[in-house]
Design a protein around this ligand. Structure first.
Ligand code: 3PG
Length: 214
């Protein structure tokens, strides 16, 4: 796929998703019930991060059992992880920052990738490589909605998925920005509720968050 096709593909996924839950799945057995709870609440895509031993097998389980949920893989830090998450069934990848090596690995693997930026120069560097959809991370700490407004005026053709510090209390402020395609966050699947396997409480959080933005 060309970078342009990847951008179109990511747009279609992320515009629909609106809110992307960022997940740390410690137990493979939690993967499908957690994903089902998020799906039931209205999520259409999830980001399963590579922050746990179980991450790749959790991705395999979700990809196998819930093909209707678009599976994103997050926290890619090494170039070889692109082929690993692709093989595990993920449809696209995200990372908390980006290097030339990571961007090149995504291009070489021909895998849709949302690289992360936090400064105008980083945004431009990735834009030059064709990445028109980027994650703003850490969104809150790097200036939040003011940063997005400041980026949007001179760099009007890059859209962002702000993540890091987004919550139910500010999600609407982020989504109102014209250069925000969706937001990401961990608030939809709190660790304690996952540990308790309280799937209905997670569905409720997603429903409330989706209702708050629609
Ligand atoms: C991420 O990896 O995108 C962040 O850890 C999510 O940030 P949050 O916990 O502030 O939502």
């Amino acid at each position: 796929m060309s970078q342009e096709q990847n951008n179109l593909y990511l747009s279609s996924i992320l515009e629909k998703a609106i809110i992307l839950p960022v997940l740390v799945i410690e137990n493979r057995d939690d993967a499908v019930p957690l994903a089902e709870a998020l799906l039931e609440g209205g999520c259409t895509s999830v980001e399963v991060t590579l922050r746990s031993e179980a991450a790749l097998s959790a991705m395999e389980e979700i990809a196998k059992s819930l093909p209707e949920l678009v599976l994103g893989a997050g926290t890619l830090l090494e170039p070889e992880q692109f082929s690993q998450v692709k093989n595990a069934g993920a449809s696209y990848a995200l990372s908390p920052g980006t290097t030339r090596t990571l961007a090149q690995a995504a291009i070489d693997t021909d895998f849709a990738y949302v690289p992360a930026t936090a400064t105008p120069s980083e945004v431009l560097e990735l834009r030059e490589l064709g990445f028109k959809i980027q994650k703003l991370f850490p969104a809150g700490a790097s200036g939040g909605t003011e940063m997005l407004k400041s980026l949007g005026s001179p760099i009007a053709d890059v859209r962002f998925c702000p993540t890091g510090g987004v919550s139910v209390s500010n999600v609407n402020d982020y989504l109102k920005q014209s250069n925000v395609i969706c937001v990401g966050g961990s608030w939809l699947a709190p660790k304690d509720l996952v540990a308790e396997k309280n799937w209905s409480a997670i569905t409720k959080i997603v429903r409330e968050s989706m209702a708050a933005v629609s």
